[in-house]
Design a protein around this ligand. Structure first.
Ligand code: ADP
Ligand code: MG
Length: 267
């Protein structure tokens, strides 16, 4: 069983990439097999996982255009240990070329199909837009994980995202669900953050992760070293928060019957 999760929010800067990379590393450290798919032409997840996005030769854009097979583009990560399907700026051009292709919205789903069962978790880092790349991510996913920065316009943006999710359900992926809502860049002293957090609870109930990710400078520094935070400063509040989120996600996966034993305990 594999759980494909699109980490999505069309707002930029809410912590999608930070969540994707640090969850990938934490889940892998807990003995799960993880694939991280970078679907943002900015390639921030690719860089944060330790690669120079200017020298990556085979990437997800070519996979979507069916120029290469998905396994040709996979990269190992060190020390993260998870696999990476990298992105470069060429993904923007690939998106443009997709427009004229038949079945353009399900290219990622098609590409991932033969290999999802090799992983316990496939995490897709979405771009900050409701574009064809995001639609491909939502069409390929079992569920979405929505990082939310608890500030004034957060909820307004969420309703546009929920509309898109509903449209994808109707047209492409009827079972698409919400794996969780994650509060990011959280400042507990901020009254507004507490209010928005309360509203999220009201709307999404226990789909909101108990763990929240605080604002933590280590999370912002780690990408420039090409490292997930747990390999940059393991005891930082940011690294610990993502470990907590990973634990909750594993619990949710078990509840859904989506998870077996960790790799080390398999025969
Ligand atoms: P997105 O992928 O949604 O655009 P990012 O994960 O790239 O967002 O985060 C935006 C910026 O904020 C990045 O520079 C990142 O390093 C920083 N950042 C993200 N989460 C945190 C956090 N919890 N604490 C401090 N900085 C963060
Ligand atoms: Mg990003």
């Amino acid at each position: 069983m594999s759980w494909v999760i699109a980490i999505t929010n069309q707002k930029g800067g809410v912590g999608k990439t930070t969540t994707a990379v640090n969850l990938a590393a934490a889940l892998q450290a807990f003995g799960r097999r993880v694939l991280l798919v970078d679907m943002d032409p900015q390639g921030n997840a690719t860089v944060s996982a330790g690669y120079d996005k200017h020298s990556v030769e085979r990437h997800v854009g070519q996979v979507l255009l069916e120029e290469i097979g998905v396994t040709e583009a996979l990269l190992p990560t060190d020390p993260g240990g998870f696999d990476l399907l990298p992105a470069t700026i060429d993904l923007a051009g690939a998106e443009f070329q997709l427009v004229t292709r038949i079945g353009r919205e399900t290219k990622l789903r098609q590409a991932l199909a033969p290999l999802v069962e090799d992983y316990d978790f496939v995490l897709i880092d979405c771009p900050p837009a409701l574009n064809t790349l995001t639609i491909n991510s939502l069409a390929a996913a079992d569920d979405v994980l929505i990082p939310v920065q608890c500030e004034y316009f957060a909820l307004e943006g969420l309703s546009a995202l929920l509309d898109t999710i509903e449209q994808v359900r109707v047209a492409l992926n009827p079972d698409l669900g919400i794996a969780g809502v994650l509060r990011t860049l959280y400042d507990a002293r901020n009254r507004l953050a507490q209010d928005v957090s309360g509203q999220l609870r009201q709307h999404f109930g226990d789909r909101v992760f108990d763990a929240l990710v605080p604002r933590n400078v280590r999370l912002a520094e780690a990408p420039s070293h090409g490292l997930p935070a747990m390999f940059y400063d393991k005891s930082s509040s940011g690294a610990e928060a993502h470990a907590d989120v990973a634990r909750e996600l594993i619990k949710r996966a078990r509840k859904r019957g989506k998870l077996g034993k960790p790799a080390a305990l398999r025969q």
